[in-house]
Design a protein around this ligand. Sequence first.
Ligand code: NAP
Ligand code: ZN
Length: 351
Amino acid sequence: MYQAKAYSAAGPAADLAATAIQRRHPTDQDVQIDILFCGVCHSDLHQVRNEWSEVMPTVYPCVPGHEIVGRVAKVGAGVKKFKVGDLAAVGCMVDSDGTCPHCHDGLEQFCPHLTLTYNFPDKHTGGVTYGGYSESIVVDQRFVLRVPENLNPAGAAPLLCAGITSYSPLRHWNVGKGSKVGVVGLGGLGHMGVKFAHALGAHVVVFTTSPGKKDDARRLGADEVVISRNADEMAAHASSFDFILDAVSADHDINSYLHLLRRDGNLTLVGAPQKPLAVSAFGLIMGRRSLSGSAIGGIAETQEMLDFCGKHNITSDVEVIPIQKINEAYRRLLISDVKYRFSIDMASLKS
Ligand code: NAP
Ligand code: ZN
């Protein structure tokens, strides 16, 4: 084991603070990565504050962070895919059984023996996994991704969660030329959803509660912007969407969006608010509409997404912060004040 600098939360009401954690030395199949940037996902905040206590109770101290980009520092003897100096990335997962039907289908995120990047039992240390708010991380090569060298690493980090979580459902629901796509909530996930839906050739409509984000939404690739608190603007889009991606982090009315789907249209929830959402049966029955969810994406699809980003030069719009500003960043996330992802410069951990 070796010691690594990190930031952790000691409890649901505590600010994050500097700490030191134990990491394993790389074994045969492991890659050790010196972390350059780590994105700040709203899930980090939900988890740190134990808002998902019923499904994923938080174990403290908690070191969040699952949007990790860095340089390979060491590799185990069995690692052929990566060499020292490569630009590499780690997302939300660090292990799975590799044998279940989900793993066979490349959908490791649904493996019953999945290990998430933080707050999950760690078979190597006997404790829990610690995430990317840290100077380095050691991960099995199966869960390490390649980052195209043309991508800026600060903007590439959020692709590992915000990117794949919005890319995967767009692909699953066959969004492309001729599709009318709505994106609800212009935050980290939402702004990536806009970029991807636009790059796939769809007609993109952003739904936002923040009038100040209108110009940005268009710059990011939206064809239209709707202020969701305006009933007339909403009504103008009734029964017209093929697909809507809901990336809202807090309680909100999803029925008003179900009514905007055309016959057989789908609304996929990727946002994971603390409280259950109410669903009106008629919003679904009329028009045979469907409501589904989606969780990140498998490893192969994550690599596909990164390569797509390399080809189309897509990264996240980031506000780079030093780790010392993480608590302020969390407070700003809660008031939808992020354009459009915080990316932590891990060099700040050394100061
Ligand atoms: P974020 O950057 O904070 O963005 C959330 C956006 O939701 C805000 O920018 C805001 O957009 C909108 N919003 C916030 N409060 C709202 C309210 N009360 N009513 C209506 N709209 C509101 O968060 P994120 O990192 O993108 O994450 C979004 C959600 O996805 C979180 O719940 C997160 O845990 C979840 N998530 C899920 C997965 C998955 O695999 N399914 C992966 C990652 C994250 P406007 O200002 O435009 O209204
Ligand atoms: Zn995330």
